[in-house]
Design a protein around this ligand. Structure first.
Ligand code: HEC
Length: 226
């Protein structure tokens, strides 16, 4: 008997309780939204506004943290590499010149190898490695002389011979191929210009050395034609 009234009241109390349980979280969410909107700086008058700034604010802090962070690191890693070399060389080389140089390197690859380290014939090498070559990477007059006039063969250190290749390459290709080998395979040196190639051809043309300039005389010949 006493259980009946309690049971009949309970549904009402339960309903009110459920209504509270429902309303409290809803009002909390709305209040949080208003507080959130106020915090962000917007004025959250209704339930929708806080959502928008909250949603817009969320990606904003995430993006600046990730996006500028990565490029800044990449820029910091690549930028210092260029200035020590002189500002213009490796990084500023015209890709079209590198492409022409790569194509023209077919003239050299039979001896210096596709990777520049010198083609191997059994245990022997056709030609020395161009990777890190001081003669190649220094004063461009020296590699220009070497390619235009060749190097006299004095020993069997290498299977091949550095033949005079001036006739095989016009000034543009000569400049491009040297620019390419000076900036490929980890090499880094300023580009060789078409003007430098033309000037070297004019200067070295009268040198009578059909079988190539002697290796020991390269510095001397370059100095004499400055
Ligand atoms: C037929 C083989 C052959 C071809 C082709 C050839 N070279 Fe050489 N090259 C040599 C040999 C051999 C030497 C080393 C000569 C010596 O010191 O006696 C050499 C030396 C050099 C050197 C001097 C490297 C050093 O550190 O002493 C440079 C630079 C060079 N070659 C560039 C080139 C370029 C650029 C081409 C293409 C345009 C080319 N060579 C084509 C065989 C070749």
């Amino acid at each position: 008997m006493s259980a009946e009234p309690t049971d009949s009241k309970n549904p009402i109390l339960t309903f009110i309780g459920n209504a509270f349980l429902f309303l409290v979280p809803v009002s909390l969410i709305v209040m949080l939204g208003i507080v959130g909107a106020a915090f962000i700086g917007g004025i959250g008058g209704n339930g929708k506004k806080p959502e928008a700034p909250a949603a817009a604010a969320a990606p904003a802090p995430a993006a600046p943290a990730a996006t500028p962070g990565a490029p800044a690191t990449v820029a910091a890693a690549t930028t210092p590499a260029a200035p020590p070399a002189g500002g213009a060389p490796a990084s500023a080389i015209d890709p079209a010149v590198m492409a022409l140089g790569k194509a023209s390197y077919a003239t050299c690859a039979a001896c210096h190898g596709p990777d520049g380290t010198g083609l191997k014939v059994g245990p022997a090498l056709m030609a020395p490695s161009l990777v890190g070559s001081q003669l190649l990477l220094g004063d461009p007059s020296k590699p220009l002389l070497v390619v235009l006039k060749g190097i006299a063969k004095e020993d069997m250190k290498f299977m091949g011979m550095m033949a005079p290749l001036g006739a095989a390459l016009d000034d543009q290709k000569l400049a491009a191929v040297l620019t390419y080998v000076r900036n490929e395979w980890g090499n880094s040196a300023p580009a060789v210009t078409v003007e430098q190639a033309a000037s070297a051809r004019a200067k070295y043309d009268p040198i009578a050395a059909p079988a190539g300039v002697k290796r020991a005389e390269i510095d001397q010949v370059v100095a004499a034609h400055k």
